[in-house]
Write a protein that binds this ligand. Structure first.
Ligand SMILES: [Zn+2]
Length: 121
C-alpha cells in the first residue's frame, strides 16, 4: 500500500515543488487507515466525492513552493488513480457492501422514551 510520502513524490514528478507541498493532501486521503488497517479504509475518501471534499478542505488550488498554482483536485485524482487504477464513485463502493439487517433498522424518533407511549408486549 502506497504511503502518502510516496504519493507526494509522485506529485513532485508531475507538477514540481517539494513533497511538503502535497503531503497534507495525500495524508488526508489515507487517514482512514486509523479506522481500518487494510485496503477497505479507502471506501471513506478514495472516490469522486472524496476528491471534491479534499477541495473543500484544502481550497480549490494548491500554491507550490515554486509559485506554481495547480488545482487541488488534480492531486486527489492522482492519489486515487495510483491506489485504485481509476476514480470510482461512492456508489461503486456502496455496491460492494453486503447489506445487514441492522443497517436498515428504524425506530419512531422521539417516542422511544415517552412515558405516555403504550407498550405492547
Ligand atoms: Zn490512498
Amino acid at each position: 500500500m502506497a504511503h502518502p510520502y510516496h504519493h507526494a513524490l509522485s506529485s513532485v514528478r508531475k507538477w514540481g515543488g517539494t513533497p511538503e507541498d502535497y503531503i497534507a493532501i495525500h495524508a488526508w486521503f489515507d487517514e482512514s487507515k486509523q479506522i481500518i488497517a487494510d485496503y477497505r479504509h479507502r471506501a471513506l475518501r478514495h472516490h469522486a466525492e472524496g476528491i471534491f471534499m479534499a477541495e473543500k478542505i484544502f481550497g480549490v488550488t494548491v500554491t507550490l513552493s515554486t509559485g506554481r498554482i495547480i488545482p487541488t483536485r488534480w492531486v486527489g485524482e492522482q492519489h486515487v488513480r495510483e491506489d485504485l487504477g481509476r476514480i470510482p464513485s461512492f456508489a461503486d463502493w456502496v455496491r460492494a457492501i453486503r447489506p445487514e439487517p441492522w443497517m436498515g433498522r428504524s425506530t419512531t424518533i422521539g417516542l422511544e422514551d415517552d412515558p405516555r407511549r403504550e407498550v405492547h408486549p
